[in-house]
Write a protein that binds this ligand. Structure first.
Ligand SMILES: [Fe+2]
Length: 281
């Protein structure tokens, strides 16, 4: 029922650059010399910091630039890409009470269950993965469950129970997994080491995108990270400052009509205005 494409990009220049950017940013934010320091300080210390790695705009812009170049080279086509991407550091132990979280990614889930576009493509790149560390597992399900998988919306905790079989993937540093949004997956925590990844979704101007344009404005602008405004038009420009990315987006948005342009303007007003948008030093 499902398939996951896996590309080994570990030898590409873009991967090496992405890896440097992400690891440098993690070390700076957590004030450590290397990832092993974080492993030694432990899960409780890590969670007590409460850092969201997406807050560092210089880093998320650099990642965005490199990823668009990489996807073009890999001939992965789409019209829109999530910005900022998720930067995750998985500790061996999950956060306390995470089992009670509605959208705990350690539970089997599909991203459209929590509102991601159902025709989007998920991308997950291992920046740092040791043999004995947390990985993302993908699952095949029975055809009889297809309707359940497609139509469910809501928390991962209350999701329909599916009969699934784990798909065997190679999981190591430099592997990029791409999969259809309707492929069940979850985080599997193993071993004593930490795993670092970046993940994001791609979407295109499909029928579903056009239907989304007719949805309530709040679906597009309510949240900076999880509403439909998080998918920005894929530009071929390099953006070193947020203002440049916004300028490109507004120029390109004309190609997607007035509705899209107006929704983008509202999203920018809500999440990137002078008051709440502070560029990191
Ligand atoms: Fe997910």
């Amino acid at each position: 029922m499902n398939n996951v494409s896996s590309l080994d990009i570990s030898n590409t220049l873009e991967f090496k650059e992405l890896s440097n950017i992400v690891i440098k940013s993690i070390c700076k934010r957590y004030q450590v010399k290397c990832l092993e320091d974080i492993e030694n300080l432990g899960s409780d210390w890590f969670y007590s910091k409460g850092i969201d790695l997406r807050d560092d705009t210089n880093t998320t812009l650099e990642i965005d630039n490199k990823l668009r170049i990489l996807l073009d080279k890999l001939k992965v086509k789409a019209d829109f890409m999530q910005f900022p991407v998720n930067i995750r550091l998985y500790m061996p132990k999950p956060m306390k009470n995470s089992k009670l979280k509605e959208y705990n990614t350690d539970e089997l889930h599909c991203d459209h269950w929590s509102g991601s576009p159902s025709d989007s493509t998920n991308c997950f790149l291992y920046i740092h993965k040791k043999f004995d560390s947390t990985y993302l597992a993908f699952y095949d399900f029975e055809e009889k469950d297809l309707e359940k998988v497609r139509s469910y919306r809501g928390s991962y905790l209350n999701a329909p129970k599916l009969e699934v079989k784990e798909l065997k993937q190679i999981n190591k540093t430099g592997i990029l997994h791409l999969w259809n949004c309707q492929t069940p997956h979850k985080t599997v925590r193993i071993g004593p080491s930490c795993t670092v990844s970046i993940d994001f979704r791609l979407r295109s101007a499909t029928k579903i995108f056009n239907e989304d344009l007719n949805k309530k404005e709040e679906v597009w602008i309510k949240s900076r990270m999880t509403s439909l405004g998080v998918y920005w038009i894929i530009s071929d420009q390099i953006h070193t400052r947020m203002e440049e990315k916004i300028k490109s987006e507004l120029e390109l948005s004309k190609n997607y009509g007035t509705k899209y342009t107006n929704l983008r303007r509202e999203y920018l007003k809500s999440h990137y205005n002078q008051e709440n948008y502070i560029e990191s030093p």
